[in-house]
Design a protein around this ligand. Structure first.
Ligand code: ZN
Ligand code: ZN
Length: 299
């Protein structure tokens, strides 16, 4: 009995039936990025502009509306002039490294785990069991690939970001990102074009190594955008992910990096806290946090 395609299968079929892989990997990826980035970054901008959730705002200072608008306009310019060309020109490299976009989606993991052929060869394997195992293994591959991308990106970002805090690179490149000492979600991608290229490299090196399915690439991009927007949101809520996810830095961790003088900021990692802990670049942050907690303040 042939399996009914899921809604995700049908949506994917529509995409690959109406767009070439090149279009999907470039223009559609760009549009997906823009949608997720601006929709996830807008709330913290509006909270700051209208003074909402002030209790959870990490810094008491706020950016003037004109300063916020300037960030948005420059982001649109950089995204069109830098991000989109990068996506277009890196497509052949991704293709070379094994990027795929074909159906069936639920089985693309079976290349590495070879479960589906076994399941189909064994008679009387209940179909639901087959699906359960298939989806279970599929998720395992997706999750392990994306975790690998996060760990690798965090490692590369840490060392690159430390280098960006040396005098010359800070003055000529990284100071652009630090123009916003009180960050809000959209400032996460506000950076010098040279830094955008470096960040892009750190983000795509993992997927380039594993040659993922386009679906995994999109999932990774969405999660990475949500992560960096949250880290720059300027708000630490009781429901913020750093309260629940072990080793995750989040807004609490990265906001400190922005509000302290660039030679003293530390907290260089993008996602996790262990790199700064291992290399002792979170000492000032830990001290400040301990003092503020003693004084009863919520950092
Ligand atoms: Zn920095
Ligand atoms: Zn930042």
């Amino acid at each position: 009995m042939a399996a009914q395609p899921s809604a995700l299968d049908s949506a994917w079929q529509y995409l690959i039936g109406n767009f070439s892989e090149f279009q999907l990997a470039t223009v559609v990826t760009f549009l997906l990025h823009e949608t997720v980035f601006f929709l996830s970054g807008l709330p913290s901008l509006l909270f700051e502009r209208f003074g909402l959730f002030a209790k959870y705002k990490i810094q008491k200072k706020s950016n003037a509306p004109s300063y916020q608008n300037r960030c948005v306009l420059r982001l649109i310019l950089y995204h069109v002039c830098v991000n989109l060309p990068v996506m277009i020109f890196s497509y052949p490299a991704f293709k070379f490294m094994g990027l795929r976009s074909s159906l069936p989606l639920p089985h693309w993991y079976s290349d590495s785990l070879s479960f589906t052929p076994i399941a189909t060869k064994v008679p009387n394997v209940p179909l639901f069991f087959h699906y359960y195992c298939s989806s279970h293994l599929g998720v395992t591959v997706v999750v392990s690939q994306i975790l690998f991308y996060f760990v690798l990106e965090d490692f590369i970002f840490y060392w690159g970001h430390r280098a960006l805090h040396t005098k010359w690179l800070y003055k000529h490149v990284h100071s652009v990102h630090h123009e916003y000492a009180t960050p809000f979600g959209l400032t996460s991608e506000y950076a010098h074009p040279a830094e955008i290229l470096f960040l892009g490299f750190a983000t795509i090196v993992g997927p380039a190594l594993t040659g993922p399915h386009l679906f995994t690439l999109w999932l990774w991009m969405v999660l990475r955008v949500l992560e960096t927007v949250e880290a720059h949101s300027g708000y630490h809520f009781p429901w913020s992910p750093s309260n629940f996810l072990p080793l995750y830095g989040g807004s609490d961790f990265h906001d400190y990096h922005h509000r302290v003088l660039y030679t003293k900021s530390g907290n260089y990692a993008s996602t996790f806290v262990y790199m700064d802990w291992l290399f002792g670049t979170d000492k000032d942050y830990r001290k400040t946090k301990a003092i503020e907690e003693k004084e009863g303040k919520n950092l």
